[in-house]
Design a protein around this ligand. Structure first.
Ligand SMILES: NC(=O)C1=CN([C@@H]2O[C@H](COP(=O)(O)OP(=O)(O)OC[C@H]3O[C@@H](n4cnc5c(N)ncnc54)[C@H](O)[C@@H]3O)[C@@H](O)[C@H]2O)C=CC1
Ligand SMILES: O=C(O)[C@H]1O[C@H](OP(=O)(O)OP(=O)(O)OC[C@H]2O[C@@H](n3ccc(=O)[nH]c3=O)[C@H](O)[C@@H]2O)[C@H](O)[C@@H](O)[C@@H]1O
Length: 464
């Protein structure tokens, strides 16, 4: 079967970029991305392509090329479902905040709603593709809903997890290390569905890089990949603390071990802690599944990755307080960066949120600058923690429009996100702007200690 019409439910960080690339690379396929969030869809359709809702290098150009040709954004979910022969589900699967599994399990209510909607509005056979990250065996639940509530049409369910990283999404999608497709390898209809999706990707991905497995392996591989990646960050961060106590330098250690081809150099950058919408959520999900199956040791093993990450964020904030003579009360602290990594406007689970919260508890006056994150988002992130009232947050945090403005009259500066622009900042001017001694805390190992100390800064960097 040849796919002609794709619908993707969910126009977020995954659905938007993924479908834009499919539309760009397969101009013969009509791709419609739908969402219930009208504001988001309006932004995707904004006449000025610079206003699309997700900042991702190179994405606006791809959208400009395909939008209106074979790429469409719409709120008409039902219509797009019925017209499509393949439907991607790319909705959010956050950690549950209520009931059984609260704080650990993935909340699948949005997935179930999609399944029920697909069942209700489908009048022809469909291939349904899990693009969202899901607990292993979710396809079983999807199948049950689709088969029991549908109009008698046939559904094939595939798992096709997404491995893109934010900030590099376009490149990751255009040249993926691999594409993973899980499906029912035991039936002809299952194999046909798998081949249909393989053919979509084969428009630009070499067939040798398209891996097909059974559904459960595919679902579990996604959680496993994120767990391994996050584990590397927690491992290097654990050792960064040891470096600080012993005179070793985490950058030198990372380089030394990374040159071992069995270990490899990637994902060994010590930091103030990993953030992003997925690492924590997916590991918690893995821990929850393991616990549910009675695998206590497996659960404890992976939970440690999160425990270490929380420790790293707290430790960084505590170090600031200790260095500033054990009090930051009434002191102005400039935080440079709020996004969870550079080249994205996404702030979900960013370490900056937790460090700011800690400093606000210590009654600091926090000033934030991020080149891509709005004041509205920063305040919403803090309010979401519910640590204090919205009024109290607004009284003690200020968001400004430049790094230099943020550092004016500050007691300390903290680098929270590794934006390239912070590397080339006029640090001499920053020093001049600040109260003395001028404390600088580098949570990303972005700056050169010798240069900054030569300018007069009291310099602290993670892992040295
Ligand atoms: N953000 C990332 O870099 C990656 C995320 N993932 C996974 O992809 C999934 C989606 O993540 P994001 O795109 O970041 O989430 P997101 O929150 O940016 O986007 C999800 C969208 O789905 C929409 N939605 C929810 N229910 C809907 C419904 N019933 N009908 C229509 N639209 C609906 C929401 O309005 C929202 O715009 C998650 O499972 C996540 O774990 C996987 C790889 C990378
Ligand atoms: O499932 C997902 O959502 C995605 O999660 C991550 O992608 P992402 O969170 O966008 O970004 P990463 O580059 O993985 O960074 C995650 C966090 O770890 C931090 N990090 C990363 C690498 C490193 O060496 N050190 C480090 O502190 C980053 O600063 C960031 O806060 C994975 O890299 C993707 O493969 C996956 O698809």
């Amino acid at each position: 079967m040849k796919v002609k019409n794709i619908c993707c439910i969910g126009a977020g960080y995954v659905g938007g970029p993924t479908m834009a690339i499919i539309a760009q690379k397969a101009p013969g396929i009509k791709v419609t991305v739908v969402d219930i969030n009208e504001k988001r869809i309006a932004a995707w359709n904004d006449a000025d392509v610079k206003n699309i809702p997700i900042y991702e290098p190179g994405l606006a150009e791809v959208v400009a090329e395909a939008r209106g040709r074979n790429l469409f954004f719409s709120t008409e979910v039902d219509k797009a479902i019925d017209e499509a022969d393949m439907i991607f589900i790319s909705v959010n699967t956050p950690t549950k905040t209520y009931g059984i599994g609260k704080g650990m399990a993935a909340d699948l209510k949005f997935i179930e709603l999609c399944a029920r909607q697909i069942a209700r509005f489908s009048t022809t056979d469909k291939i349904v593709v899990e693009k969202s990250t899901l607990p292993v065996r979710t396809a079983e639940a999807l199948k049950s809903i689709l088969d029991n509530t549908g109009n008698g049409v046939n559904f094939q369910i595939l798992s096709n997890p997404e491995f893109l990283a934010e900030g590099t999404a376009v490149n990751d999608l255009q040249a993926p290390d691999r594409v993973l497709i899980g499906g029912d390898l035991d039936t002809e209809a299952g194999k046909e569905a798998i081949n249909a999706l393989v053919d979509v990707y084969a428009h630009w991905v070499p067939r040798t890089n398209i891996l097909t497995t059974n559904v459960w392996s595919s679902e579990l591989s996604k959680l496993t990949a994120n767990a391994f990646l996050a584990q590397r960050v927690s491992s290097i961060n654990a050792l960064s603390e040891l470096c600080e106590q012993t005179g070793a330098d985490i950058k030198e250690v990372a380089k030394a071990i990374g040159m071992d081809s069995r270990i490899g150099p990637k994902f060994l950058q010590a930091s103030v802690g990993f953030g992003g919408s997925c690492f924590q959520k997916d590991i918690l999900n893995l821990v929850y599944i393991s616990k549910s199956l009675g695998l206590t040791e497996v659960a404890d093993y992976w939970e440690q990755v999160i425990i270490m990450n929380d420790h790293q964020k707290r430790r960084f904030a505590a170090k600031m307080v200790k260095t500033l003579y054990n009090t930051v009360s009434g002191k102005k602290i400039a935080m440079l960066g709020w996004a969870f990594k550079k080249d994205t406007n996404d702030t979900r689970e960013s370490a900056a949120i937790y460090v700011a919260d800690y400093l606000l508890n210590e009654r600091a006056e926090v000033v934030v600058y991020d080149p891509k994150v709005s004041e509205e988002q920063i305040l919403a992130d803090l309010d979401y923690l519910n640590t204090r009232s919205a009024e109290e947050n607004r009284a003690n945090i200020t968001v400004v429009n430049s790094a230099l403005e943020a550092t004016q009259g500050a007691h300390a500066v903290a680098i929270m996100t590794e934006w390239d622009a912070f590397k080339t900042l006029d640090w001499k001017q920053v020093y001049h702007n600040m109260l003395k001694p001028a404390f600088l805390f580098d949570g990303r190992r972005l700056l050169d200690r010798h240069e900054l100390e030569a300018l007069g800064f009291e310099f602290y960097a993670i892992g040295s």
